[in-house]
Design a protein around this ligand. Structure first.
Ligand code: GTP
Ligand code: MG
Ligand code: NA
Length: 349
């Protein structure tokens, strides 16, 4: 049973959903940041990435109560790599990219609005790619007279609510479930532990008060380590994808990368597709790792390790990245021959 547990990598989690359902705010709550406030019009326009280390996960989920008769919850993964995506209809390509890159998605639905156009679009993207997901039914603090307590397990918190609040919750939950079933989706509350092949699990949350977030993260962790440990077992074979190509002050044009599997080091020759069908061959000059639990797309202080292992979000500094293409994957060449082969390969894409 313990077979490969030492080799579990951080799963890649993608947060998807309709505009303004609270995706960035949920991550802000996790990180104790306020990225959402710094966005123009409060609208996300880029894919983000955050390396959430195990100690943050432990601290956050310590209030989660194990179901009756089962062992306390133990985290076996080294962390989570969480990607934020825009919900605005304009950015379908980024949602598509996120949903294909991740091991598990969090589909955020506003409990007051239910299923909206980009909820439907996101479900289709996820179903097309066979990507499993958990539904975060967000903004529960907006239920009439909701009593907040983020230090409580959600189940206990729900029991404490006034009768009319419980009734409103049940009504909005069943209406959301009905709307989701119209999209071909069977759902159950996370604490029912129903067969994940048949049901998507729902976790109610509030990104403002923090209610339910411990249960959401615990559910995400459990899903990965218990339902799909093979999928998140570290492999030496490089799997790296360009999220964004952009200017980093002091470093010129850099690429934000999700390194899922394998490792990268300074001096590695990387071969990546370039615009106009001209592949880029360049050496890694620096690897910029944002502080743990900080957003890669936001200017921050960086650690500069000599090498890194998947799974992490990292910024790569190298010459000639101007024509790099978001969404493309790249490889490392070990000799001159390999450079030519990889150039051909990246042109075919
Ligand atoms: P896009 O990235 O633009 O698609 O939006 P988003 O899904 O990231 O939503 P965002 O985090 O920008 O939040 C949108 C608005 O909803 C902001 O005004 C938030 O303060 C508010 N909001 C988010 N989560 C909650 C919540 O749980 N409760 C309440 N009451 N408001 C919330
Ligand atoms: Mg956002
Ligand atoms: Na927003």
């Amino acid at each position: 049973e313990n077979r490969s547990l030492d080799h579990l990598r951080a799963p890649v989690i993608c947060v998807l959903g309709h505009v303004d359902t609270g995706k960035t705010k949920l991550l802000d709550k996790l990180r104790c940041t306020n990225v959402q406030k710094s966005e123009a019009g409060g609208i996300t326009q880029q894919i983000g990435a955050t390396n959430v280390p195990i100690d943050v996960l432990r601290e956050l989920t310590k209030i989660v109560r194990p179901p009756k008769g089962s062992q306390p919850f133990k985290i076996k993964i080294p962390g989570l790599l969480i990607m934020d995506t825009p919900g605005h209809e304009h950015f379908r390509l980024m949602r598509s990219r996120g949903s294909s890159l991740c091991d598990l998605a969090i589909l955020v639905v506003d409990i007051m609005h239910g299923v909206e156009p980009q909820t439907v679009e996101s479900i289709k993207l996820l179903q097309d790619r066979g990507t499993p997901f958990i539904v975060a039914l967000n903004k529960i603090d907006r239920l009439f007279e909701w009593q907040s307590n983020p230090q409580k397990d959600f189940w206990d918190l729900l029991k404490m609510q006034k009768d009319h609040t419980k009734v409103e919750f049940e009504q909005r939950l069943s209406s959301a479930k009905l709307q989701l079933s119209e999209q071909g989706l069977n759902t159950k509350m996370y604490y029912e532990y129903s067969d994940p092949k048949e049901y998507s699990w729902i976790v109610p949350t509030s990104a403002i008060t923090g209610d339910g977030i411990a249960n959401l993260i615990a559910t995400v962790v459990k899903y990965n380590q218990e339902i799909q440990p093979e999928k998140i077992t570290f492999s030496e074979e490089l799997e790296a994808t360009v999220l964004e190509v952009k200017q980093t002050i002091g470093h010129g044009i850099t690429i934000d990368v999700i390194l899922k599997n394998g490792s990268l080091k300074i001096g590695d020759t990387i071969v990546l597709p370039g615009s106009k069908g001209r592949p880029i061959v360049t050496q890694i000059r620096a690897l910029l790792l944002p502080k743990p639990n900080r957003e890669l797309r936001i200017k921050t202080e960086y650690a500069e390790p000599k090498n890194i292992k998947g799974c992490q979000g990292v910024k790569i500094v190298a010459k000639g990245l101007k024509s790099a293409i978001s969404g493309s994957s790249f490889l490392v060449a070990r000799c001159q021959n390999e450079i030519e082969i990889l150039k051909d390969l990246s042109q075919e894409k």
